[in-house]
Design a protein around this ligand. Structure first.
Ligand code: DC
Length: 233
């Protein structure tokens, strides 16, 4: 599908399938896919390893700011989507564990962390033709994005999806813990002072509680065909 050079911002709650949807869209329209949550997760992993965040969640903000200087996070496309790296170390698996999920909301609430990530995202978006998923892409990072989608789904459905994803990776899963983590993250993400999760006024809502990924793609194709000049390739 050929569409104009635009930025597609996909925001929404955690575990709504944003990355699966965004990757499929990127493949469909031949755009670059960027997972902004992976950057926050990478900073969180690094913070845990550097002892900048304690097991109880207290953050040493000065050390965190120091640690951000010279932190080299980047993506490499190995054919099946982008993999997240710190330096030459692939951290794609480690950033998806519960240990990181547990600490990512407080770390991503730190203004200096948000500035660090936003700078990198804007750099990627300069040439357009990107699909970016996150929490504040359409509101803060790219308020002028030409297409904004806001994804939501029932909390139980999201917890089941996250638990299945973790099982597939061979992790031991306590469903109640996963559900608790999703509830807590929804709360912190929507109530933090800096860039809280909120829907842009011009975003279109997609509630995919009862939708398969193919149905979501049909929805996307219809939406794009209504809004932009589209050519099939
Ligand atoms: O999409 P995800 O679950 O991988 O994101 C991990 C965390 O990163 C999420 O709890 C909130 C934070 N995040 C954010 O604050 N802003 C973004 N644009 C993307 C993610």
């Amino acid at each position: 599908m050929l569409i104009p050079d635009i930025i597609i911002a996909i925001d929404g709650y955690s575990s709504t399938g944003k990355s699966t949807f965004a990757k499929r869209i990127a493949a469909e329209v031949s755009f670059l896919y960027l997972d902004s949550g992976a950057l926050y997760r990478a900073v969180t992993l690094y913070s845990i390893e550097k002892g900048v965040i304690s097991p109880s969640g207290e953050i040493d903000r000065q050390s965190l700011c120091r640690a951000l200087q010279g932190l080299d996070i980047h993506f490499e496309d190995k054919g099946d989507g982008s993999m997240t790296y710190i330096g030459d170390r692939c951290i794609e698996g480690e950033i998806r564990t519960l240990a990181v999920s547990d600490k990512v909301s407080p770390i991503s609430a730190v203004p200096e962390v948000r500035d660090f990530v936003d700078d990198r995202l804007r750099e990627f978006g300069r040439r357009k033709r990107v699909v970016m998923d996150g929490r504040d892409i359409g509101t803060t990072v790219f308020p002028d994005a030409e297409l904004k989608i806001f994804m939501t789904a029932d909390q139980m459905v999201r917890a089941r999806r996250r638990a299945d994803e973790m099982k597939r990776r061979g992790e031991t899963v306590d469903f109640d813990e996963v559900l608790k983590n999703i509830r807590e993250r929804d709360f912190i993400d929507s109530h933090r002072e800096t860039s809280p999760l909120s829907m842009a006024e011009d975003a279109i809502v997609l509630d995919n509680s009862d939708m398969t990924i193919d149905e979501q793609m049909d929805w996307f194709r219809r939406l794009v065909a209504e809004r932009f000049p589209v050519r099939e390739c």
